[in-house]
Design a protein around this ligand. Sequence first.
Ligand code: URA
Length: 257
Amino acid sequence: MSSDLHEHLKFFGALGITGVSRDPAWRRRAEPDTLPDASVPPAAGAPSPFETLAAPSLSSPGTPAERLAALKVEIGPDCQRCKLCDLGRRQVVFGVGHPRARLMFVGEAPGEEEDRQGEPFVGRAGQLLTKIVEAINLTREQIYIANVIKCRPPGNRNPEPDEVAACEPFLLNQIETISPRVIVALGKFAAQCLLRSTEPITRLRGREFDYRGATLIPTFHPAYLLRNPPAKRDVWEDMKKVRAILVADSRAPQPPA
Ligand code: URA
C-alpha cells in the first residue's frame, strides 16, 4: 500500500469513516477530467488549475490578488474600527489562500495562535481543518480561509455585534473579490452571521444555501470536532458534497477568459 493511501485511510479512520463511498462523483477522483491533481504544482507563472476555472469579478479594477492586497492595506495593520484594538489583540488576521479559490472557508475569529502568527486556522483546530481540506485532495494554498472578524476577542469570547458590524464589510469584500464556487461556514457563529439566521448549527448543517453567487454549506467548527470526534462523520458528509459541487463545476463550460 502506498504511503499516501495509508495516510489517507488513517485520516479517514480519524474522521470516523469506516466504509468506502459509492458516490460516483467520488469514485471518479482519479480520472483526468475531474478535479485537477492538487499534488502537481502549476508551472511558474502559469495559473493554477483552480484559478483557470474562476471568473474574475468585474465590479472593481485589478486582479483578485491586487484587490485583496488593497483591502488588506485598507484595513491596516492597526485597525481601530472596533474596541478589540484595545482589548489585547496582537494583530489583524486578514485571511490566507488563493485569491481566486473556488472553495472558501469562513470561521469565527482568530484564536490565540492565529493572533500570534497572523494567519487564520493555524492552531489545533486549524491543523484539523488542514487535514479536512487535504482529505478532499486540496491544499491550503488552493483554497481561501478567512474569519468573520479579523481580531482576536479577549479570552476567545464570542464576537459582539458591534465588532461583527465593523468587520463584516471586509469579509463581504473578500467573498466578492475571490468569488468562490463554494463557501463552507465553519460553526454556528459563521453560519448564522453569513446567513443572517438564528437557527442552530444543527438545523443549518446538512443544507445548502445560495449565497452571493456561491453555494454556502454550513458545517461544524473544527474546534467542536476536537471536543466531539463522532461529529467528524457529519463533516465528512458535508465535504463530500463540497467536492461533488467542485467536480461538477469543473466539467461545466467555462466563461471566456
Ligand atoms: N477558530 C476560528 O474560528 N478561526 C480561526 O482562525 C481559528 C480558530
